[in-house]
Design a protein around this ligand. Structure first.
Ligand code: BGC
Length: 736
């Protein structure tokens, strides 16, 4: 027996040593290959002419850059991003190329991914969308977007990861790693402070260093330092008077200096404004919408870009040093070795079953059940019941529109189609209720049908039903959830409030599916018994919605942003125009670090729905919650343990959320900030202990006096719960 144990131990040690030396070898060979690549880049640089180098720093078409044929240097091909690979655009105009082989899987918009609170799923999402990009021969996928959710009016919030920097950072890292495993560069965007679409090309943001570092930069920082992202996109707006795409502080000092970013800074399309600043302040690759980089068309327009002929001339006449172009080309070549020149890159694939499954999983895990009076949901599939599905959003495709993230999926299952496929016994009837014009960029196209007739028809349909499901919300049209400008009102558009009230008068057995990427005013809430936030879900939308509505899948999504009761309850809107949208294109983020739930909590302003909130069809209990110690040193880690039990009737998942706040700080602090979370999957009657680790360094604040992070000693409170408002236990701890 003893001999057997000794033998096993020996074998075990042998395996360990082999594994260790393999990892070491792998590490060494990675190091070596990166040295080899840098050497190759040096030799390529010495062979390139100045003209060839400059030509590599700007677009040659809408989504590609020039290669150097004589040296075998490839072109770079890019595509939007971030929820799927966009259809092919024409060489030199924004029209679609009308290919027949560029239909793809549309994944749920990133707000939905954030709402899943499931980083592993984010990795699957990134890997799958990366595979699709690889198959479509893209070297750079223009996403993910991580601008912070500051105002519910921002037309592009649906593309981002919510209002909390910790959540956004935690979710973005696996996404990027997943994409890049395919030899496709993720391009995290828009760096930085592009937190509104209104005036996006001209507004100059003033924000404190502290809010910049604590709120607006963390997701970018995690993308660079943890995910090692290979490219980053500048933004349109200015920060403290300077355009962010070529910004001395943001790009040179912070991104390339402090964070040691070794990838490529790509402009947003026509976000560069000066040759000198582009050359000096970190822009590597200039892409554009129009043509001289500013939006007007001339012939050979790509030659007129700031990093094209003007750059070449400035180097030739000695105004700018050639080292500047060498540095940019070095980064561009490095990107090529990571992508197109990577010999081990896989082939990729599109529209596969597993991609559809990932899209469906993200959708079902991200959908949020907000209200469920008398267990309105799930709706049983019973004979002799009629469900009236009312609303344009029940059938309207949501992948067209919205701006650059618009997609051409192989298919998009609408909510109505999904419900009809799922409900075999119940009768499903439908009526639009209202109609809006097709979603077109920068333009509102009028509806073509008679709105009064649509409304009357919907009310007639509702009268025939036992249950009404209103599918409403926003859409991807201009001034809704769409790039280029912001929403004009916090209210539901298209007279939906009135329609909801009328439907309720017909039959109060009324539930709603809210299709948005943003919070909306919910003053109509008392008219509906059930409310589900469904986001923009892409190809598998209808199936995922039917999964949740029917109870085949138990909802487990949590809101990645707060729903204020009224717009002025949101911090960006509490200080008048100076703070949003700015006055004369100047804007000050007066709420400072108090974004989203930090504001609601600290100022005691009740939201309609808090950050982190989401119901389930089962019940969870959090108990025996404790910290591993009472006192910690600055190098410690806090371990929070909690038991979670599923005390209801069905399988489900709960997100345990840990927030921490500092008492009596020397600076203004939010009452609490999210510092850890874990999603737990439990069968009926099952319980589990979770332990969530928090590095004390995560409690640091950015001290403007020393321009660095500082961990304050003293008393803190740890809040453990299942939303930012619903706290099961508050624990006092001390940092010495
Ligand atoms: C958007 C970017 C997008 C680019 C290319 C810009 O208008 O802001 O996010 O990647 O266009 O389509």
């Amino acid at each position: 027996m003893k001999a057997k144990i000794a033998k096993s131990l020996l074998l075990f040690s042998f395996i360990l040593i082999t594994l260790y030396s393999c990892t070491l070898k792998q590490h060494k060979s990675n190091e070596q290959s990166s040295i080899e690549i840098e050497n190759k880049i040096d030799s390529i640089l010495s062979l390139l002419t100045l003209k060839e180098k400059v030509d590599m720093c700007h677009a040659q078409s809408k989504f590609s850059t020039k290669g150097v044929g004589r040296l075998g240097i490839p072109e770079i091909w890019m595509s939007d991003g971030p929820h799927g690979v966009r259809a092919e655009i024409q060489w030199d105009s924004w029209g679609y190329a009308e290919w027949t082989n560029d239909s793809i899987t549309a994944f749920p918009a990133l707000t939905c991914l954030a709402a899943s609170f499931n980083p592993q799923l984010s990795g699957d999402y990134g890997f799958s969308v990366g595979e699709e990009a690889r198959y479509r021969e893209k070297d750079v996928l223009l996403g993910p977007g991580v601008n912070l959710y500051r105002t519910p009016l921002n037309g592009r919030n649906f593309e981002y990861l919510g209002e909390d920097p910790f959540l956004a950072s935690t979710m973005v890292v696996p996404y990027i790693k997943g994409v890049q495993k395919n030899g496709v560069a993720a391009c995290v965007k828009h760096f930085a402070l592009n937190n509104q679409e209104h005036w996006r090309s001209s507004v100059s943001v003033e924000v404190s260093d502290r809010a910049l570092h604590e709120m607006y930069l963390p997701a970018f920082k995690a993308s660079v330092e943890e995910a090692k992202v290979w490219s980053i996109m500048g933004a349109y707006n200015k920060f403290r008077g300077q355009y962010t795409t070529h910004h001395k502080l943001l790009t040179n000092t912070i991104l390339k200096g402090d964070w040691k970013f070794d990838g490529v800074v790509i402009s947003d399309w026509s976000s560069a404004h000066s040759t000198k600043e582009s050359a000096l302040y970190g822009l590597d690759l200039e892409m554009g919408t129009g043509t001289d980089g500013l939006g007007t068309t001339t012939s050979n327009h790509y030659d007129h870009y700031f990093l094209a002929n003007p750059f070449y001339k400035a180097i030739q006449n000695g105004e700018l040093s050639e080292d500047l172009v060498d540095e940019k080309v070095r980064r561009i070549l490095r990107l090529m070795y990571r992508t197109s020149l990577n010999k081990n890159k896989p082939a990729g694939k599109i529209n596969s079953k597993d991609h559809h499954q990932v899209a469906r999983n993200v959708a079902t895990e991200g959908i949020v059940l907000l209200k469920n009076e008398n267990n309105f949901f799930p709706i049983q599939d019973k004979q002799n019941i009629t469900i009236a599905v009312i609303g344009e959003n029940a059938t309207r495709p949501m992948t067209p529109g919205g701006g650059s993230s618009e997609l051409k999926p192989e298919f998009e299952i609408s909510p109505l189609e999904g419900l009809k496929k799922r409900y075999k016994n119940a009768t499903i009837i439908h009526s639009m209720g209202y109609e809006t014009g097709p979603s077109t960029y920068d333009l509102i196209l009028p509806a073509t049908l008679n709105q009064d007739s649509l409304r009357i028809a919907a009310l007639e349909t509702a009268k025939k039903a036992d249950i009404i499901l209103f599918v409403g919300g926003l859409n991807k049209s201009h001034l809704q959830d769409c790039e280029g400008d912001d929403r004009q009102s916090y209210k539901l558009p298209y007279k939906q409030e009135k329609l909801i009230a009328d439907l309720k008068n017909i039959n109060s057995n009324l539930g709603m599916l809210l299709v948005t990427g943003n919070a909306v005013d919910t003053s109509w809430l008392s008219n509906v018994k059930g409310l589900i936030q469904t986001w923009y879900l892409g190809s598998m939308a209808g199936y995922a919605i039917a999964d949740i509505v029917s109870g085949d899948v138990n909802p487990s999504g949590k809101l990645p942003f707060s729903f204020p009761k009224k717009l002025t309850d949101n911090s960006a809107h509490s200080f008048g125009e100076t703070s949003y949208p700015g006055i004369n294109h100047q804007q000050e983020y007066k709420e400072d670090i108090l974004v989203g739930y930090r504001w609601h909590d600290t100022k005691n302003i009740d939201p309609a729905y808090p950050f982190g909130f989401g119901l389930s069809y089962t019940n969870f209990k959090l108990y025996d919650i404790e910290s591993d110690k009472n006192g910690y040193s600055k190098n410690d880690e806090i371990i929070i343990r909690s038991k979670v039990a599923n005390s209801g009737d069905s399988y489900g998942a709960e997100v345990i959320q840990v927030y921490i706040g500092k008492e009596n700080s020397k600076v203004q602090r939010a009452l609490k900030e999210l510092k850890g979370f874990q999603k737990v999957y439990l069968k009926k009657g099952e319980e589990q202990e979770v332990s969530i680790k928090i590095d004390i360094k995560k409690l640091a604040f950015y001290n403007e006096d020393i321009a660095d992070w500082e961990i304050e000693t003293g008393d803190y409170f740890v809040y453990v719960g299942n939303s930012s408002k619903n706290i099961s236990k508050k624990i006092g701890i001390r940092i010495n």
